[in-house]
Design a protein around this ligand. Sequence first.
Ligand code: HSE
Length: 404
Amino acid sequence: MVQVAVLGYGTVGSGVVKVIDTNHDSILEKTGIDLNVKYILDLRDFPGDPNQDKIVHDFEVIAGDPEVDIVVEVMGGTKPAFSFSKRALEAGKSVCTSNKELVARHGTELLQTAKEHHASYLFEASCGGGIPIIRPLRTSLCADVIDEITGILNGTTNYILSKMIDEGLEFDDVLKDAQQKGYAERNPEADVEGYDACRKIAILSSLAYGKRVDFTDIYTEGITKITSLDILYARKMNRTIKLLAYSKMQDGCVTAMVAPYLVGKEDPLYSVNGVFNAIFVHGNMLGDAMFYGQGAGKEATASAVVADVIEAAAFLGSGAVSSWKPEKQALTDVSGTEKRFFVRVKGEVSEAAEMEKVFGPVETVQAGIEGEYGFVTACMTEKQYEDCAAQVQGILGMIRMRDK
Ligand code: HSE
């Protein structure tokens, strides 16, 4: 029997216990691994809960029990999740987590500790919830050289944007609705400012390119400036607006960015709506592949955590191979990256020639909004765009165009 301790009996933690209880026999039949939850660590008591006798309040009970093989860390945050994970690994116990903040900040060190102690540190559920993406990058696609990952990696912002687009609503109103429905946190900053997607693309990029991508180096913009007027223009262009997190490897250089993009109908990411996530991967032999599914939610996330528990159980004593090099992956300055830009500007479309004097040839877009019009630039670098934008008056907003 493989003994498991779960740190945190919140949404994901209770989901992990549920998956192990519900699917115990099927897991045993398929893998020969007999999982048992021995402890659940939480500050609270859960009187009347069927697992109340497993609740402990002191991590030492778990750290000091040699029977515990695998620790599931689903507490969130970095304190005390980091010290508990580190101590568990140092004691030779494998750790499986959904904690993207911890993996993005301290994953390199925890992977190294796991290796030194012949244990596993696994984090499938940290990116894309229930969607298998970490394991494919670690194993199924390891014969390929991955040169692009572009994802809709945050369900909250995808839900908000989808609702704004479908119902023509404003950001603030949809956010309130999402908070009432439990799709957005009371403090939504990490989601709406793009920080959550940024951590996830840093983790995926570290795995794909083999060196530590520091999330603090990634240029990140959220969705708070998107308005219902932007959506009118998007519709006119047969496009939608998505918060994309991407990284590309070209000639040994990696570029990464998180920002809202105008995405066309022909793009596979166009139809990814609501709380769903999708991750588009390009490999030099594979070509294009896309992974799609529920990027959050109790059972979906817990399913991914338990898949890691099963892998960790299969590699007890040796540790599953999962790592990237501790050296930092240098990122190229986004100012040199090229794309087309959609710009909203005050004035009449008849004045677009003034813009062309600065930006060069543009395609104008009218959405029937009084006192303003839009235009799409030719392909230019971020720096060229900034330089041009600084020379004209009346810019109301800019959204990048995703052109495949
Ligand atoms: N807040 C995250 C999201 C949860 O909306 O995608 C899953 O990581």
